[in-house]
Ligand binder design. Structure first.
Ligand code: AMP
Length: 253
């Protein structure tokens, strides 16, 4: 049976209206609701289903970030993950933490924990990088099945249906491998109250990136973060003729 490592990132909740800091150095995070990255909920669900189907023997969730990352790990534990690893990265180091760092951390932990499958979300909705799965596979020299909308295990192989432009691609890869979860892979379960209580007793190990031998020094400098341009107000027109005239005037017809 396989051992599965899942990456879970704590991000600003998808329903929150993002505000840019007045000095344009980033977005406001203080006092803002955070949740598990939605694609990571799908990754966790898939890993837990693997355990339920007896494909996986153990599921370990990893979150890299400040102390609050433990809340995200607790959510994963309440969904059925067996144990958590909190890789502590704080302050300015966290602000410039990128897939290059996270993928090295995941690769090291996959090796240490003797994982056969690493599942991450296809993308973190805060930075929209979509790089961690690919980079982790590269560090490990493992095959990758990204944007998975279906994962089926047969003996040593995994058949993955991938969501690509204009259709679906089905590939077969050998384990060990990296998988990234797309939106249609599954519908993640909600953590029930009894499971939230049970999750409090599950272990979370804390390590630093340094202890794992990963340098989380900044590779980028954030120059400026800006709001998207404000949409121009629309206008209501009385009839189609006026619309056509307006379009002609505007050079659209
Ligand atoms: P990204 O490449 O940043 O878009 O992230 C893709 C996936 O990598 C996410 O959906 C997570 O599963 C994982 N990941 C990214 N950042 C972290 C983090 N700080 N801690 C744990 N997992 C992460």
């Amino acid at each position: 049976m396989a051992r599965v490592l899942v990456g879970v990132k704590r991000v600003i909740d998808y329903a929150v209206k993002i505000r840019v800091k007045p000095d344009k150095s980033g977005v406001v995070t203080d006092g803002v609701k955070h949740s598990m990255n939605p694609f990571d909920e799908i990754a966790v669900e898939e890993a837990v289903r693997m355990k339920e189907k007896k494909i996986a023997s153990e599921v370990i969730a990893v979150s890299c970030g400040p102390a609050q990352a433990q809340e995200t790990l607790r959510t994963a534990l309440a969904m059925g993950v067996d144990r958590g690893i909190h890789v502590e990265v704080t302050g300015p180091e966290y602000e410039t933490l990128q897939p290059i760092h996270v993928s090295k951390i995941l690769a090291k932990l996959a090796q240490d924990e003797k994982a056969d499958i690493v599942i991450v979300g296809k993308q973190a909705i805060d930075d929209d990088s979509n790089q961690t799965a690919q980079m982790t596979a590269a560090h490990m020299d493992w095959p990758q099945g990204t944007f998975a909308s279906k994962v089926e295990k047969t003996n040593g192989d995994v058949t993955i249906t991938r969501e690509i432009d204009g259709g679906l691609e089905t590939i077969k890869i050998k384990l060990p491998a990296v998988i990234s979860a797309d939106l249609r892979l599954n519908e993640p379960r909600y953590a029930t109250l009894p499971n939230i209580m049970k999750a409090k007793k599950k272990p979370i190990k804390k390590v630093t990136a340094k202890e794992l031998g990963v340098d989380t020094g900044a590779r980028i400098e954030v120059v400026s973060v800006e709001d998207p341009p404000v949409r121009q107000a629309g206008s209501v027109l009385p009839d189609v003729d006026t619309l056509v005239t307006k379009l002609k005037e505007g050079g659209h017809v």
